[in-house]
Design a protein around this ligand. Structure first.
Ligand code: SF4
Length: 360
């Protein structure tokens, strides 16, 4: 099949026509009602000739090679390079967004690099990447492009990873994740009040996405929570989140607590103290969660993978660099305990490098 034109509105999926002549996008819980020519909250989906179209199909903000641990995924092909890209727009409105120049971009002409799904898959192969990540902004809003890229990658033996806020509907979730191999989902807080005030969104659909991924798919799942001082880091909220996590996702889903820095509209909060990350990690581990990490700080203990059975340090990390490896494929080399995740026989050696790349 010929690749679709990259410069035109691409037919969207997950929408319906309403009685009053408008269309309703059903990709995310906002259910935007769009009249002819109107764009949705995410700015990249619009009513074009009476149908929902994706305006960013094939248009990217550029490509980079990252360590897979940067996504962050610590149990998915550790040490390997991932070809990363994003587009523009977002379906949440987080006041603390750390990629706001892309997620809030209204300038489509900044999406300079055009790439077909086949070009991306071939580039990942050529560059020695084991996976491609949809990241920098949320792939849910460019679902049609992400799914086509994922199919091209799968045909080439390359995995795909969604870095997402998980803000989707029951209708779109199964179709989207059928194409994907791994996901890191942001759990931004654990109250509806926080999601409404800080993200202009809702918590419930995110929890449904997490449950769906864990219980109804084989997509490898890790979760990230950015801890913002005074906003989502109380013992009570973290305890409630950890109780929910253990009950619904079980002990084997890795959870990353990462440090906030003031950005975008949330400039009046301090950086997250390392002690807060360590406290959150301890609360989660006390609930029986086996793989709890700290991120965005130098923390050899909190960034390492430990055997839940014998306590052996299985993967020692310094930043994103792997310093020690005591796994035999997916088993603890000391006691044989099976570690959840997808592991190759040998770890990758990509290290800390982050490199911009052009695909031509
Ligand atoms: S994906 Fe975009 S257009 Fe569709 S409902 Fe969500 S914000 Fe609205």
């Amino acid at each position: 099949m010929a690749s679709p034109s990259l410069d035109e509105a691409h037919p969207g999926r997950f929408w319906r026509r309403l009685d009053d002549g408008a269309v309703e996008c059903g990709l995310c819980p906002r259910l935007c009602r769009l009249r002819e020519g109107q764009r949705g909250f995410c700015f990249v989906r619009a009513n074009v000739d009476g149908a929902v179209a994706l305006l960013t199909y094939g248009r990217t903000s550029g490509f980079g090679l990252d360590p897979i641990e940067k996504k962050p995924l610590n149990h998915f092909l550790p040490g390997t390079a991932v070809l990363s890209f994003g587009t523009a727009g977002c379906n949440l409105g987080c006041r603390f967004c750390q990629n706001w120049n892309l997620s809030k971009s209204r300038q489509m002409d900044r999406l300079a690099e055009l790439a077909t799904p086949e070009t991306i898959a071939a580039a990942a192969q050529k560059l020695g990447c084991w996976s491609v990540a949809f990241t920098y902004n949320d792939p849910v809003i460019f679902a049609e492009y992400a799914m086509d890229v994922a199919d091209a990658c799968r045909a080439a033996g390359i995995a795909t990873v969604a870095v997402t806020a998980g803000y989707m509907t029951d209708e779109s979730r199964p179709e989207f994740y059928r194409h994907l191999d791994a996901a890191n989902v942001d759990l931004k807080g654990f109250s509806e009040e926080f999601y409404e005030r800080q993200c202009h969104g809702e918590l419930a659909p995110v929890l449904e996405t997490l449950i769906y991924l864990r219980q109804a798919t084989s997509v490898w799942l890790e979760v990230t929570t950015l801890l913002i001082p005074g906003e989502n880091d109380s013992d009570r909220e973290l305890g409630e989140a950890a109780d929910w996590f253990a009950a619904n996702l079980g002990p084997d889903v890795p959870w990353h607590f990462t440090a906030f820095h003031p950005d975008y509209k949330l400039l009046d909060k301090p950086r997250t103290p390392p002690g807060t990350l360590a406290r959150a990690r301890a609360i989660a581990r006390a609930r029986g969660l086996r793989y709890v990490y700290t991120g965005n700080v130098r923390d050899p203990e909190g960034s390492s993978t430990w055997c839940p059975d014998c306590g052996e340090r299985l993967i020692a990390r310094d930043g994103y660099e792997l310093r020690a490896w005591h796994l035999e494929v997916n088993r603890c080399a000391k006691c044989g305990f099976v570690i959840a995740g997808q592991f190759a026989e040998q770890p990758g050696h990509w290290g800390n490098r982050r490199l911009p790349v052009r695909l031509d």
